[in-house]
Design a protein around this ligand. Structure first.
Ligand code: KG4
Ligand code: ZN
Length: 390
C-alpha cells in the first residue's frame, strides 16, 4: 500500500510518500518521496516558535512539499485531476482559514494528476493547534479528491517508531523485546512511556513544567546563542569537555534527581542559568563551561530517571526519541550507562535525520494505527488535539 503522510505540528512542514509491504510491525517501509521544509530560519529571528507564524508558513509550504515528495517518488504527472464543483467547494470551505492554501491546492489539481494513495496519515496532536489544523485540513481536502481514508496520528508514537525504524539497513521497524521504555525528549515533551507490547503505551513520567528541548532553547537564548539551542549548546559543551573546563560559578542543580517518581522539571534549571548570567558579559570560556554544566545536568537527570524505570519494570529495550535524542553527548552517556548497568537491554536511537520532526515517522505510526483510520463520513470528525497524550 501507498501512504501519504503529513506533519505540521510545530515548525517543520513535511510530506512523505511511503510504500508499505506487509502488516505492522513486520512490514517493510520504502521511502519513495520525502520532503521537509524547516521554518527554523524564520523562528530564529524571534528566538522561538510563534503559532500564528508557523500556521502561515505551513500553508505556504504544503503544496510545494507535496510536489517535491511526489516528484521524488516519480508520481507527479502533468495533467488534470478531475475535481467536481462540490469537491472544489468542499476544499475551499475546509481550507478557508488557511492563508491561501485552497487556491494553491486547486491550482495544483488543475495542472497535475494525483496518483493513487491508499491512506493519508496526518499528525493530529500533540502540538501547536493552529499549526496542526493546517495539516489536518489539508489531509481532509486531499482525501476528498483521492477518496481514501485518513488516520489521525499521535506525534509521540511517531517519535517512538522513528527510533525503531532502520532506514539504513532493512527499511523495517526493529523487532524489539518487551517490556520496553521510551524516553521521549523533544522541544515540547519529556516523557517516560512504558510499553508492554506494540501500540500499548502507559505514561509513567513527564515534565512538570518546561520540556527538555525548551530548556535547551531558553538557556541558549540567555547565553546569546541562536535557535534551536540544543545543537549550539552541544557544540560548546563538547569543547568544554576536551578542555576539561569546570562549571561556570556554582554547579547547576539536577532538578528532581532524587524524587521517588519518574517525573522531570527543567524550569528551575533554566532559572538557575538566568541568575548566573544576569548582568554578566559572558566570555567564550564562560559560555563553554556553562553549556557543559547544563548538558551534564540534564543528562544526569535523564540517566537517573531512566535507570529507575528500567529497574522497576525490568525492561528489555530502551527507545530514545525526539529532537533532543540527536545530542551526541546524551546518546553516548545513555548508551554507556545502560551497557554497564543493564547489559541485556537493547538501546535504540533514531537513524540520522529521524530525531527531529519529520513525516516518515507519521507514516509509520499511521500504518501501526491503520485500524483507527476514518473513511468519508467520519473524516470531518478528525480534530487537532494540542495536548493529545499517548
Ligand atoms: O522533536 P523536535 O524536532 O520537535 C518537537 O516535537 O518538539 O525537537 C526539537 C528540539 C529543540 O528544542 C532542539 O533544541 C532540540 O530538539 N535539539 C537538540 C539537538 N538537536 C535538536 N537538543 C540537544 N542536542 C541536539 N543535538
Ligand atoms: Zn517532535
Amino acid at each position: 500500500m501507498r501512504i501519504l503522510s503529513i506533519e505540521t505540528s510545530c515548525d517543520e512542514t513535511a510530506i512523505s510518500i511511503v510504500n508499505v509491504v506487509g502488516d505492522f510491525p513486520n512490514a517493510t517501509y520504502e521511502i519513495a518521496g520525502n520532503a521537509l521544509h524547516s521554518q527554523i530560519d524564520i523562528h530564529a529571528e524571534f528566538g522561538g516558535v510563534f503559532p500564528k507564524v508557523a500556521k502561515r508558513e505551513h500553508a505556504l509550504a504544503l503544496v510545494p512539499m507535496l510536489i517535491s515528495a511526489l516528484t521524488e517518488a516519480e508520481l507527479l504527472e502533468e495533467g488534470l485531476t478531475f475535481v467536481r464543483d462540490e469537491e472544489a467547494e468542499k476544499i475551499r470551505v475546509l481550507l478557508e482559514r488557511e492563508d491561501g492554501l485552497a487556491a494553491f491546492l486547486l491550482d495544483f489539481l488543475e495542472k497535475n494528476n494525483l496518483p493513487e494513495i491508499d491512506l493519508i496519515a496526518v499528525t493530529s496532536g500533540p502540538g501547536l493547534e493552529p499549526a496542526l489544523w493546517v495539516g489536518i485540513s489539508f489531509a481532509k481536502a486531499l482525501a476528498a479528491v483521492l477518496k481514501c481514508p485518513v488516520v489521525p496520528v499521535n506525534h509521540m508514537e511517531g517519535h517512538i517508531l522513528a527510533s525503531l525504524y532502520n532506514v539504513v539497513e532493512d527499511d523495517r521497524v526493529a523487532q524489539i523485546i518487551f517490556p520496553a521504555v521510551a524516553l521521549l525528549i523533544s522541544g515540547g515533551h519529556t516523557e517516560l512511556i512504558l510499553m508492554s507490547d506494540w501500540i500499548k503505551y502507559e505514561k509513567i513520567g513527564q515534565t512538570r513544567d518546561d520540556a527538555i528541548g525548551e530548556a535547551f532553547d531558553k538557556v541558549a537564548r540567555l547565553m546569546g546563542l541562536p535557535y534551536p539551542g540544543g545543537p549550539e549548546i552541544g557544540k560548546l559543551a563538547a569543547i568544554a569537555r576536551t578542555r576539561n573546563l569546570p562549571p561556570y560559578k556554582d554547579r547547576l542543580p539536577r532538578p528532581m534527581i532524587t524524587t521517588d517518581d519518574f517525573d522531570f522539571s527543567f524550569s528551575g534549571l533554566k532559572t538557575a542559568v538566568r541568575y548566573s548570567v544576569e548582568g554578566e558579559t559572558l566570555t567564550d570560556d564562560n559560555k563553554q563551561a556553562l553549556a557543559r554544566d547544563f548538558e551534564d545536568a540534564v543528562t544526569d537527570v535523564l540517566i537517573k530517571k531512566t535507570h529507575k524505570a528500567a529497574e522497576k519494570y525490568g525492561i528489555e529495550s530502551l527507545i530514545v526519541g525526539g529532537g533532543v535524542s540527536a545530542s551526541v553527548f546524551i546518546r553516548h552517556s545513555l548508551t554507556t550507562h545502560f551497557l554497564a548497568h543493564f547489559p541485556d537491554c537493547e538501546v535504540y536511537f533514531p537513524n540520522p535525520g529521524l530525531s527531529t520532526d519529520n513525516s516518515i515517522m507519521i507514516a509509520l505510526a499511521g500504518h501501526a494505527q491503520m485500524t483507527t483510520a476514518r473513511t468519508a463520513g467520519a473524516i470531518p470528525l478528525i480534530r487537532a488535539e494540542g495536548n493529545r497524550s499517548l
